[in-house]
Design a protein around this ligand. Structure first.
Ligand SMILES: [Zn+2]
Length: 137
């Protein structure tokens, strides 16, 4: 899928995007209260600590909510329709905005189990997308 926008990393998000390049979904985990958080941020929203570690997530979760985009007049995005924008609730707790892939939009349901896959965009960036998960893997 050709995408009109490629994410730009900043100081807070660079470890996340570097992990994606290695096919690793990383989350920040607070070093004080051990809460996971996403999107990346310099301060823990739970205890305000600025100490954290980057830890690999399972890559598994479930569809928390979603919308099917069937029409877009924005240049570049118009060629992608229809596509599914979904909020994924990861097993670790944080929710992540992404796209579902390899699934018909009509087949998507709230609570559908999903797993991350990584889509290479331009040789320097991989995007974490989610596909339907079957079985207990
Ligand atoms: Zn904390």
């Amino acid at each position: 899928m050709t995408r009109p926008v490629i994410p730009a990393a900043n100081a807070d998000t660079k470890p996340f995007w570097d992990g994606c390049l290695r096919d690793e979904l990383l989350l920040q985990q607070c070093a004080s209260c051990h809460a996971y958080r996403h999107p990346p941020a310099p301060i823990c929203p739970n205890c305000l600590s600025d100490r954290h570690a980057w830890v690999p997530a399972s890559g598994r979760g479930a569809v928390y909510t979603f919308v099917v985009v069937r029409e877009s007049r924005a240049r570049g995005w118009d060629k992608m329709v229809p596509y599914v924008v979904a909020v994924i609730e990861l097993e670790e707790g944080p929710r992540m905005l992404s796209n579902l892939t390899n699934v018909e939009p009509e087949a998507v349901t709230i609570g559908m189990p999903v797993e991350v896959i990584f889509e290479e965009l331009d040789g320097t960036t991989k995007l974490p997308l989610f596909r339907r998960r079957t079985g207990n893997t």
